[in-house]
Design a binder for this molecule. Sequence first.
Ligand code: ZN
Length: 188
Amino acid sequence: MNDPKYRHLLTYNQEFMFMEYGLCEIYYKINEHTLYLLKIDQQDHSIKELVIPLNLNLTTIDAILTYFLKELFFKNVFFGEGKLIYEKSEQFSEDYFNSIQKELNDAYRQKIKLIEDAAKNNDLINFCRTIHLHPTPDRIHATNWTAQCLSKGNHHLLLSTVTNEWGCGYCRKKGGLPELKKWYFMQK
Ligand SMILES: [Zn+2]
């Protein structure tokens, strides 16, 4: 079987805090069992190839695009805070690209809201909120949260809503709610 050639899927820019981070080009090719995505990042000059087993849901160009954007969004710090800017594609329009992006962002916000609602009676999270550490759920593992470290250093506390424990590897401190309260009041 002859090897298919890469075709251009999309060129986009990524914007975060009103800064543009440089173009990324995405190429794709499909053979009988596999979808390949090639990501060429012009900002850090990296090239990544994703190899994805082809399934029935991944046979149209729209499905491939949605798949790629989901992968990117759910593993990317830009998600929810930044946005992707359509530069060019011969496969789909800017409107279509933006509609998928909006759908993913809405789904993300919905998910974060459900996670926050589920933790609304969590004393550890609520205490962090009260003392302005800005606890935020992890976008993949809903029960892992981060918050600003109590030391006011430029790093994070890790929190679990399962064990109700927190830790900071940087400050080498950990514990439950009583230990966090103790640390907080010692600083006062
Ligand atoms: Zn710390």
